[in-house]
Design a protein around this ligand. Structure first.
Ligand code: PLP
Length: 419
């Protein structure tokens, strides 16, 4: 690798996915100049086709009214099914294991209703320390809902003193010591702060060995790494579609339920009519008869306009091919890492793992003795990144629309604002 603009441009010229960038709207500054957008871990960019996909549904609503449920070009009754195959491939699941519905935190609660069944002695939940706040609130409120004190019931899997990353051996230790009391492992597959990607299969096997359920939050994993959900054997997983999945602010989330639970009537569940047997759903008088698989957890008839945006985005992914994306992602983030190392600045410390297997596209850069002013300067220099207190810049070159030149420009501008 070389630290020159020419080299970055040459990588772009040789990148088989370079053309995909043209399929996205890249945000610009007030003069119309493209920004260096490295914030796909927070809100992914808009595919150019999104507008058409949504417009199609608006047109069909205008033209057909309620009949659009059956007569729209893409009928609304089964609309969520149009998303399933592509979504299942992105998370490595069987189609029956995946459904798009609700939003992430809502799905997390619904999954805990089914998969967190505490007893008086086995009731604790393990999360990684520095879990995303919403996940922590959800887990704490579930503990309280079941009459447990979150201070006793919540176990944090923490990095060791002086370290930033969590070690698997330490989770093993927690399970060896308290496994009898632990009912659920609820882990963010890729930590939002450090960018550390956890070994999902090993965690699942460890949890199951101690008779605990295991669920993952893929908010920072879906569309970024390949979690191979089916293969991991996890009981459930949830994710959102507006980060790496580019489906628009607040768009619907995804949910995975392993196929061994597909027909399990013994699980508690909060039910709604959209989870009911499709053939008798509109008779309206039947007892609840859950659909097999993840679909059986649906509550409401879903927002089609949001699903249209997801469909547009998943089509871009399907065309690019997830394996190709991952190959590019490793190169792109590897180049970012190389350039940051080339800065030779003792104040800069990459806290994300150096090993490609243990990270996605994001690097979390700790800048010692910096404060938010640094982030403001970067923004003024035309870089959209993300600041996390106390001293971390998160940058996520997304292989769908970021270029090697973006990465090179970012590091050049970072160097300038650090002077
Ligand atoms: C982004 C994110 C969320 C957001 O949850 P919503 O319910 O979609 O608002 C939750 N958990 C994690 C780990 C996230 O990264």
């Amino acid at each position: 690798m070389q630290n020159t603009l020419q080299y970055a441009q040459q990588c772009d010229a040789e990148d088989p996915l370079a053309h995909v960038r043209q399929q996205f709207l890249i945000p610009t500054d007030s003069k119309g100049k493209s920004l260096i957008y490295l914030c796909g871990n927070s809100l992914g960019l808009q595919p150019r086709t999104t507008k058409e996909y949504i417009q199609q549904e608006l047109n069909d609503w205008g033209k057909h009214g309620v009949e659009g449920h059956t007569d729209a070009k893409n009928p609304w009754l089964p609309y969520h099914e149009f998303l399933t195959k592509n979504m299942a491939e992105i998370v490595g699941a069987k189609p029956g294991e995946v459904v798009i519905m609700n939003t992430l935190t809502t799905n997390l609660h619904l999954m805990m209703v089914s998969f967190y069944q505490p007893t008086t002695t086995k009731y604790k939940i393990v999360v990684e320390s520095d879990a995303f706040p919403s996940d922590k609130y959800a887990v704490e409120s579930q503990l309280k809902f079941h009459g447990h004190n979150p201070k006793e019931g919540l176990i944090l899997w923490k990095p060791r003193e002086g370290e930033e990353l969590c070690r698997f051996e330490d989770l093993e230790k927690i399970m060896a010591n308290q496994g009898d009391e632990i009912a659920l492992l609820m882990i963010g597959s890729t930590n939002y702060y450090t960018g550390q990607h956890f070994p999902l299969k090993k965690i699942t096997e460890l949890g199951h060995k101690h008779n605990a359920m295991v669920g993952f939050d893929l908010a920072h994993g879906a569309g970024n790494i390949q979690p191979n959900l089916h293969e991991t054997g996890a009981d459930f997983a949830v994710w959102c579609s507006y980060k790496y999945l580019n489906s628009g602010p607040g768009s619907l989330g995804g949910c995975f339920v392993h196929e061994r639970h597909a027909k399990n009537d013994n699980l508690n569940r909060f039910a709604g009519w959209w989870g009911h047997n499709k053939t008798t759903r509109f008779n309206m008088r039947h007892e609840f008869d859950a659909l097999e698989g993840a679909e059986g957890w649906q509550l409401s008839n879903p927002p089609i306009l949001s699903m249209a945006a997801i469909r547009a985005s998943l089509d871009v992914f399907a065309k690019a091919g997830f394996e190709n994306l991952r190959t590019k992602s490793e190169k792109l983030t590897g180049y970012l890492e190389y350039l940051l190392d080339e800065l030779n600045n003792d104040n800069i410390n990459i806290i994300t793992p150096r090993n490609k297997e243990e990270r996605g596209c994001q690097l979390s850069i700790q800048v010692k003795s910096a404060d938010k002013a640094l982030h403001t300067k970067l923004t003024e220099a035309g870089v959209i990144s993300d600041w996390r207190e106390p001293d971390v810049i998160r940058v996520a070159p997304a292989p769908l629309y970021n270029s090697f030149e973006d990465v090179w420009e970012f590091v050049k501008r970072l160097k300038e604002v650090l002077l």
